[in-house]
Design a protein around this ligand. Structure first.
Ligand SMILES: *Cc1c(COP(=O)(O)O)cnc(C)c1O
Length: 335
């Protein structure tokens, strides 16, 4: 793996912190839990999409693009960060917002509605769940071209092999930090959504021959479907890097903490968000990192992640949307 060969913009100075979570570990009484603070990555509000955008935006600039186009759910961290990268690079940005859960879009909600306005998206439009998102983004690209511009379309979540390089790079960063800190992790736990984070990590760890298993916690799809998605993207990412191929055994994407569906609250998620906030002063989010942490907590309680083991939780970010979910987090039905 020789990632310096790929053009990259830098949006985070240096590494994100790798920290132990002693109070959470003691409360749960099982494995020793550590956290990789990718919630502290650069661009507005940080989070995992920043690493993918470093490679994607470098490619857009190399191609002479003047407008970034992408897609996401109403509180998409990927849309917020793509817009932030566009602002920083002096590019325009057009966003297609998929109302993935019917009725979930509220124009009064805070979070992204406010941030899109502050950062000045050139165009934001809503489409219904199930719309052909590639087709919708192609319409935006055609509009940009018709006006004499140069569009660059980024797939949902930035989860292409090029975007996933960001998490192959993160795998390398984690191994270097673990060596520096003298901690030999037994397992990595991460949220698994559009799959670029999970796939990039696995591709990077396989390329490094780290033999560090990754447990993905799904936020949307059922296990078989998600594992197939992650494997396909991990293999495409390895091809792109020219490194050894991950195999099916390298991919685990558990679906026990999705609850009723993408972005819909669960008691376990609310408990996890509150527990991390109160025991460690770290903010998770309801859609991704809260459900992933709910999975980790359950695996410790079930004795799957045992005392004596060291587990690294990758905090993928998302807290900038917390204000849009206040009523859910305070809802007695989930507390
Ligand atoms: C997008 C996102 C994820 C999931 O990452 P994927 O690469 O899409 O699987 C996890 N956490 C947060 C906060 C995200 O925004």
């Amino acid at each position: 793996m020789h990632l310096a060969r790929f053009p990259r913009r830098r949006y985070t100075p240096g590494f994100t912190p790798l920290e132990p979570l002693p109070r959470l570990s003691a409360l749960l009484g099982g494995a020793e839990i550590w956290i990789k603070r990718d919630d502290l990555l650069g661009l507005a509000g940080g989070g995992n999409k920043t690493r993918k955008l470093e490679f994607l935006v470098a490619d857009a600039l190399a191609q002479g693009a003047d407008t970034l186009i992408t897609v996401g759910a109403p509180q998409s961290n990927h849309c917020r960060l793509t817009l932030a990268a566009a602002a920083k690079e002096g590019l325009d940005c057009r966003l297609v917002i998929e109302e993935r859960v019917p009725g979930s879009f509220s124009p009064e909600a805070l979070g992204n509605n406010l941030l899109f306005d502050l950062m000045g998206a050139a165009n934001v439009r809503m489409v219904k769940a199930g719309a052909d998102l590639a087709e919708e983004m192609a319409l935006d690209a055609a509009a940009v071209k018709a006006a004499g511009g140069h569009p660059y379309v980024i797939v949902g979540g930035g989860s292409s092999p090029l975007g996933a390089l960001g998490y192959a790079a993160c795998a390398q960063e984690i191994m270097a930090q673990a060596f520096e800190a003298g901690v030999a992790f037994d397992r990595l736990v991460v949220a698994s959504g559009s799959a670029g984070t999970h796939a990039g990590l696995v591709a990077g760890l396989v390329a490094l021959n780290a033999q560090l298993p990754v447990t993905g916690i799904n936020v949307r799809r059922q296990r078989a479907e998600q594992e197939a998605n992650v494997l396909k993207l991990a293999q495409a990412t390895a091809d792109f890097m020219g490194t050894p191929q991950p195999v099916a055994d390298d991919i685990v994407a558990l679906d026990a903490w999705v609850g009723p569906g993408y972005s819909l609250p669960t008691r376990e998620m609310v408990e996890a968000v509150r527990l991390l906030a109160r025991s460690e002063g770290i903010l998770l989010d309801p859609v991704y990192s809260g459900k992933a942490m709910a999975g980790l907590i359950a695996l410790v309680r079930e004795g799957v992640l045992k005392k004596g083991e060291r587990v690294l939780f990758l905090h993928t970010g998302g807290a900038p949307s917390l204000s849009a979910f206040g009523s859910v987090l305070r809802d007695p039905a989930f507390n």
